[in-house]
Every structure is written in C-alpha cells, then in structure tokens.
Design a protein around this ligand. Structure first.
Ligand SMILES: *[C@@H]1O[C@H](CO)[C@@H](O)[C@H](O)[C@H]1NC(C)=O
Ligand SMILES: *[C@@H]1O[C@H](CO)[C@@H](O)[C@H](O)[C@H]1NC(C)=O
Length: 232
C-alpha cells in the first residue's frame, strides 16, 4: 500500500514536471506597430501628427496556430514582470525601440503589460532580460521603415499602397517563401466620410519557438486585399 502510494506520487510528479516544461506555445509573433497609423482617431494615443514616421515594438507574442493570442497571465502566472531587471542601458535601448504611444501608460507600464500578458510564457526558456534584449535586436535587424522605403513605399498623408505591395516589401527582407502579417486599422480619414479607409497599423514577423528562425505567420489579415492601404 505504502509502495503503491509512493509510486503514485512519483508518477504524479513526473507528469507535473513534464507539464510545467511542455512548450506552452508554438511560435512567436514579433509585432511592430506603426504609431502614426495605430493612433489615428484614438483619443488614448499621442496625436499621430506629433509622432515620428517609424515603426516601434508592440511586443513578442507566443502564439498557437489554433489560438492566435495567448494570454500568458491566464495560462501560467509563474513569471511576472520585474522592473529591476530593466537596467539603465536596456532602458535606453527600449525607449528607442519600444516606447509607449498611449498617453495614460508610461513606458515601464507598457513593458510590464506586454511581458505579463504576452511575454511571460516564454520563460524560463527565454529569461525576461533575453526577451527584452531580443525585441530590441529584432527591431534593429528588421528596420521596416527602411525595408519599405527601399521598395519605394514611403509615408505621406495621402499615400496608399496595396496589401500585396507591403507583403512583397517585407518578403524582400525575410524571404519570398515566408509570410509576414500586415494589419490595418479601419477608419474614416476625413470627417463625415462614409467610406472606411484601411490604414497601416502593424506589421508582424514570425519566428520559431526559440526566436531563432523565421517562420510563416498564420493569422489572417483584416486589411482588404483589394482596397488601398494608407501609410500616413
Ligand atoms: C498551445 O499549444 C501547445 C502545444 O502545441 C499546448 O501545450 C498549449 O497548451 C497551448 N496553449 C494554449 C493557451 O492553448
Ligand atoms: C511557408 O509556407 C509555404 C507554403 O505552405 C511553404 O512553402 C514555406 O516553406 C513556408 N515557409 C517557412 C519559412 O516555413
């Protein structure tokens, strides 16, 4: 009886141990926002006109094909954000690559939110420090503004391009057989207009579990294939 109980306990701990080390997600989405599009007609945002024409990090999001947005804080509460790990030099980097564009959320709160909601399920394989350092490194490596500019896609209040134009430009950097994800904001550019315009909001590049190799993004876009997409 005692042996049986010990055996059961052993089995249980093996299962639990395995469980806690199973991969809680399948791939990573590196999400870059285009604040001038993201903030259009958003009262919680810095006015787009005062934002520079550049892309900044929104986050690195663990993802499952069947469940595109995993809330790590619900999935596992094991690793929550530790502000002390944001060293002064890391902070200097992140202020460049990952600033908050929402007026009621300071930079540190933005990082905390992103880490607790999305980042924390990459731990312990990817530590909090590695998570933020990687985001900064990816941001430098995938300089979307320049990548688009090289394909003659330049911002301007009335400039627009097709979804295919954006995809092709990003693919010129990540590989023609690798699918990025282009996300739009649907909005009215002019007051009183009845038609909805699509505005570039975010561009996502996807990586494997460890963030080493590029993979296809699997979420589908809600930008319209046929309509023009504004790049303000
Ligand atoms: C995501 O998928 C992995 C394995 O493919 C699974 O272990 C995990 O529970 C899933 N996570 C969620 C939140 O569905
Ligand atoms: C993306 O999907 C396409 C079509 O299924 C495939 O040919 C290609 O190898 C995939 N790319 C990567 C990086 O996995």
């Amino acid at each position: 009886m005692k042996t049986a109980a010990v055996c059961l306990l052993f089995l249980l701990s093996v299962i639990l141990f395995k469980g806690s080390h199973a991969k809680p997600y399948e791939y990573l989405q590196f999400v870059l926002q285009y604040p001038r599009g993201y903030c259009v007609n958003d009262k919680k945002c810095i006015p787009p006109a005062s934002l520079p024409a550049k892309f900044t990090v929104h986050g690195i999001w663990p993802t499952n094909i069947s469940e595109p947005i995993i809330s790590c804080d619900k999935a596992q509460k094991l690793h929550s954000f530790n502000g002390n790990l944001i060293t002064p030099s890391l902070k200097t980097d992140l202020l460049q690559s990952w600033p908050s564009v929402v007026t009621n959320k300071d930079d540190m709160s933005f990082w905390e939110h992103e880490y607790n909601k999305h980042g924390s399920c990459t731990a312990p394989a990817i530590t909090q420090t590695a998570y933020f350092e990687r985001a900064h490194k990816f941001w430098k490596e995938y300089d979307l503004y320049s990548i688009l500019e090289q394909k003659n896609i330049k911002p301007g209040q009335s400039r627009s391009y097709s979804l295919a134009d954006f995809e092709a430009a990003v693919k010129s950097k990540i590989g023609t057989d690798t699918k990025p994800l282009i996300l739009c904001k649907q909005d009215k550019l002019t007051r009183g207009s009845t038609t909805t315009n699509f505005i570039l909001r975010e561009i996502v590049i996807c990586f494997d579990h460890q963030g080493t190799n590029l993979v296809n993004c699997t979420r589908s876009t809600y930008c319209d294939q046929k309509q023009k997409i504004y790049y303000p």
